[in-house]
Design a binder for this molecule. Structure first.
Ligand code: FE
Length: 195
C-alpha cells in the first residue's frame, strides 16, 4: 500500500505507543481501551446529521459553520481534541455545485462526526478515480448530476477533514430539526449521495 500513513503503519505505531505508555506506568491498557471505546461509541453519522439539521434551521449557525467548521461544531459539543487537533471544513452544496470528499493518500475522515469510514472510502479505486472522473464515480453511486452542475473534490489530510452540507430537500420545508436529522444520510455527508 502506498502512502506514508497506511493502516498497517498506523496500527504498528499505535501498538508501540500503547506499549510505551503501559511500560512507563502512564496509562493502563484497560483505561486506553475504555477511552477508545468511548470515542467510537460517540462516533456516528448521527452527529454529522445533527450539525446539518441545525445549519438548515439556524442561518446564523450555518454562517459560522461554513466560516469555521471546527469552532461551530464545538458549540454543539463536538470539540476537536487531541495533541494535534484537526481542522474541520464544511463545504456547502447548492443547486449548481456539488462537493465530494476523499482522502487520496490514505483514509482520513471525520470519524467523530460520521462514524467509522465505509470500506469503499478506503479503497484504491475510489481514492484514485473520484479525483480524475468524479462525475462517473458519482453515477456509479446512483448519483447522476446534470452536466451543468460543477463538482468540487476535497482531498482530506491529517490536518484538515471535510464534511458536506447537503442541500435541504424542498419536500422537507415543514419538518422540525429532529425530523430533518432523520433524513440525512452518511453518504450525503461525504457527497456520494444527495437527499
Ligand atoms: Fe488519509
Amino acid at each position: 500500500m502506498s502512502g506514508t500513513h497506511s493502516d498497517a503503519t498506523i496500527s504498528r505505531q499505535v501498538r508501540e505507543l500503547e506499549a510505551l505508555l503501559e511500560e512507563r506506568g502512564i496509562v493502563a491498557g484497560a483505561a486506553l481501551d475504555e477511552a477508545l471505546d468511548a470515542f467510537l461509541a460517540g462516533s456516528s453519522p448521527l452527529n454529522g446529521a445533527r450539525i446539518v439539521a441545525r445549519a438548515w434551521t439556524d442561518p446564523e449557525f450555518k454562517e459560522r459553520l461554513l466560516a469555521d467548521g471546527t469552532s461551530a461544531v464545538a458549540e454543539l459539543g463536538y470539540a476537536a481534541g487531541g495533541v494535534q487537533p484537526q481542522r474541520l471544513r464544511v463545504v456547502e452544496n447548492t443547486d449548481h455545485t456539488h462537493n465530494v470528499v476523499v482522502c487520496t493518500l490514505c483514509s482520513c475522515y471525520p470519524v467523530r462526526l460520521l462514524g467509522p469510514s465505509p470500506s469503499w472510502y478506503k479503497s484504491e479505486a475510489y481514492r484514485s478515480r473520484v479525483v480524475r472522473e468524479p462525475r462517473a464515480v458519482l453515477a456509479e453511486f446512483g448519483l447522476v448530476l446534470p452536466p451543468e452542475t460543477g463538482i468540487t473534490v476535497w482531498d482530506s489530510s491529517a490536518e484538515t477533514r471535510y464534511m458536506v452540507l447537503p442541500l435541504r430537500p424542498a419536500s422537507a420545508d415543514s419538518l422540525t430539526e429532529p425530523a430533518l436529522t432523520g433524513l440525512i444520510t452518511r453518504n450525503a455527508l461525504i457527497g456520494t449521495a444527495r437527499l
